[in-house]
Design a binder for this molecule. Structure first.
Ligand SMILES: Nc1ncnc2c1ncn2[C@@H]1O[C@H](COP(=O)(O)OP(=O)(O)OP(=O)(O)O)[C@@H](O)[C@H]1O
Length: 261
């Protein structure tokens, strides 16, 4: 069996005295798409931000493609905190798309996309531009290459943010509620782009979402998060139609009741 692309081992996170994640073990296999669902404040975003190194781990380890993210191993096999250089190298396999896009407002769409390939990967501008345009074409926005983010709709901004993550060719791509800041009529176009990426197969995905129908359609697995723990983890049909724990049953019932038609 091939190595998991992501492996959390007893991962714990505190913000001061507040424990947000409690000894979580979790894996994502190569090419696997995993959706995270769960109540607000249960720790899903923090869980994902640790993988992107946007929050610091308190205890436990995370591996990406068999390499420790937050640690380095010496000759004796002992772990010590990773150097910035190591952190940056391992982290470059991970991409993230945020709820609120996080585009650079003073750069055009194309400049937003080619910035990281040039500054982080050292690509030549010409090559980065060619690749950036190909990816923009993929998300249906080639005609917007030279406009600024303020001139785009929310759905278009999010598609640019997705293109910006994709251009770095991450092994694992995190989506943190990518449609929850959008007007309902703009949700579909973003979900369509995410589904296309999922259908292409090779990128592993971690998708935090409240869109249960979408999770069911795209994810190979759904993990239910509650109170800093993964309470259930299984196929979409097991999780959504055959929940075992009372917490998941309650969540799904509550969730369905608060959904607008
Ligand atoms: N930087 C921070 N400092 C202190 N507490 C934080 C910080 N970030 C998150 N928290 C707390 O950690 C807990 C988990 O938050 P997190 O955003 O991970 O949950 P979530 O499941 O993603 O919620 P939502 O679905 O609302 O986004 C919450 O109690 C939150 O207030």
């Amino acid at each position: 069996m091939t190595e998991p692309i992501v492996k959390y081992n007893k991962v714990t996170k505190y913000f001061d005295d507040l424990q947000v994640l409690d000894k979580i073990d979790f894996e994502i296999q190569q090419g696997e798409k995993v959706a995270l669902i769960g109540p607000s404040g249960s720790g899903k975003t923090t869980f994902a931000r640790l993988l992107m190194t946007l929050e610091e781990i308190t205890d436990g380890t995370i591996e990406v493609e068999g390499e420790y993210l937050w640690h380095e191993k010496n000759e004796k096999g002992e772990l010590s905190p990773a150097s910035t250089e190591h952190l940056r190298k391992v982290r470059s396999n991970v991409g993230m798309v945020f709820q609120h896009f996080h585009l650079f407002p003073h750069m055009t769409v194309l400049e937003n996309i080619i910035e990281a390939p040039i500054t982080v990967k050292g690509k030549k501008k010409k090559e980065a531009t060619k690749q950036g345009k190909e990816i923009l074409d993929k998300v249906g926005l080639l005609d917007k290459a030279d406009v600024y983010p303020a001139q785009l709709s929310g759905g278009q901004k999010q598609r640019v943010a997705i293109a910006r993550a994709l251009v770095m060719e991450p092994k694992v791509l995190i989506f943190d509620e990518p449609t929850s800041a959008l007007d309902p009529e703009l949700v579909g176009e973003v979900l369509e782009v995410i589904k296309d990426i999922a259908d292409q197969g090779e990128t592993s995905m971690l998708l935090i979402t409240h869109e249960m129908d979408f999770a069911k359609e795209v994810a190979d697995r759904i993990a239910f998060f509650d109170d800093g723990k993964i309470v259930e983890d299984g196929s979409p049909s097991e999780i959504l139609y055959n929940p075992k724990s009372t917490r998941l049953k309650e969540f799904l019932e509550r969730f369905m009741n608060t959904q607008t038609p």
